[in-house]
Ligand binder design. Structure first.
Ligand SMILES: Nc1ncnc2c1ncn2[C@@H]1O[C@H](COP(=O)(O)OP(=O)(O)OP(=O)(O)O)[C@@H](O)[C@H]1O
Length: 253
């Protein structure tokens, strides 16, 4: 049986306006339901790669397909639909700190509410139930009425994951989601992502600095160096020696 391709990069280049090369001739495919970890030195292009998938960054040349559709020229409604399919979580959580957990999670569905309704907090009973169910998925249901700034970093990240679930995403992009967390909380957040990947079949791409975590959670690891794809192996083939080479500087390589 052939696996369905969820994301396809074809000779993608990204050059920032100031001339910095973000991505260089990147080609690879991600099958539906994969848990892919991206590793590499700081500045290697990991964030850039992730942000091209939901068009937070436009690419300079090449093509990117999501679910069989080229995304590079999408506009308006089609672009909003892409961003609904592709949830994103960040190192800094990006919650509204003075709002409740419930309000933060409900904000994940504002894209299909008229602005006046979401500003007034007029969410339907059904969406409130969905928010509760999303919080349950990440073991945060009992914190539903707390303010976001009363939660620990790890709890805030789990609320951010629940907010993403409100979009019913097919893909979750996680950019260094555990960079500011302690080891115990790190495990809880990574376990959440893995469970959603396995239970709901969501394709997950995570940027990580930790090679140990990459090896623990990934189905496959890709490595970037200076914007180029220098490593791409299923987890069964990953060796420490080969991964260490990803962390060589350009001069050493
Ligand atoms: N908006 C921007 N304008 C210009 N250059 C940028 C911009 N964003 C990133 N870069 C540059 O592009 C390259 C790749 O950066 P990127 O943030 O993708 O790397 P990274 O691997 O995610 O790094 P880190 O692990 O530190 O987050 C770096 O040289 C960076 O300085």
């Amino acid at each position: 049986m052939t696996q369905e391709t969820m994301i396809k990069f074809d000779q993608v280049n990204k050059i920032y306006e100031n001339g910095t090369v973000g991505l260089k001739d990147i080609s690879f495919e991600v099958p539906r339901g994969e848990f892919l970890v991206v590793v590499g030195l700081s500045g290697a292009g990991k964030s850039t790669l992730l942000r091209t998938i939901n068009r937070m960054h436009a690419i300079t040349s090449g093509n990117i397909e999501v679910n069989g559709q080229s995304i590079i020229h999408l506009k308006g409604k089609a672009l909003r639909e892409l961003r609904q399919q592709v949830g994103m979580i960040f190192q800094s959580f990006n919650l509204v700190k003075r709002s409740s957990v419930l309000r933060n999670v409900l904000s994940g569905c504002v894209s299909y509410y008229p602005t006046w309704k979401s500003v007034c907090g007029l969410f339907s009973k059904k969406d409130q139930q969905r928010a509760y169910a999303a919080l349950k998925q990440v073991s945060m249901a009992e914190k539903i009425y707390m303010r976001a700034d009363e939660l620990s970093g790890g709890q805030q990240q789990r609320v951010a994951i629940a907010r993403t679930l409100m979009q019913n995403p097919q893909i979750i992009l996680a950019d260094e989601p555990i960079a500011s967390l302690d080891p115990v909380t790190t495990k809880a957040v990574m376990d959440d992502l893995k469970r959603l990947n396995q239970k709901l079949g969501i394709t997950v791409i995570v940027n990580l600095h930790s090679v140990e975590l990459a090896r623990e959670y990934a189905d496959r690891i890709i490595g970037l160096r200076a914007g180029q794809l220098v490593y791409d192996e299923p987890i069964a083939n990953v060796t420490t020696e080969a991964l260490e080479q990803v962390y060589q500087t350009e001069q050493e390589a």
